[in-house]
Design a binder for this molecule. Structure first.
Ligand SMILES: [Zn+2]
Length: 58
């Protein structure tokens, strides 16, 4: 699982990386809002992008 602040930190890290390859978004984790509730979104555990669950099915 991933909180919103963790996702934000990942996004910063991803933008600062040395080699700018495109993220394939291979591994997603459930996104939590920091108060113990699911947001209904998933977060890529590499780049920190947040996607709606329906987008993952495609
Ligand atoms: Zn990604």
């Amino acid at each position: 699982m991933m909180t919103l602040s963790q996702a934000a930190a990942l996004q910063v890290k991803w933008k600062q990386r040395a080699y700018r390859t495109r993220c394939e978004h291979l591994v997603f984790e459930l996104e939590w809002n920091g108060e113990g509730y699911l947001t209904g979104h998933y977060v890529c555990n590499l780049c920190g992008v947040s996607v709606a669950h329906r987008d993952l099915a495609a």
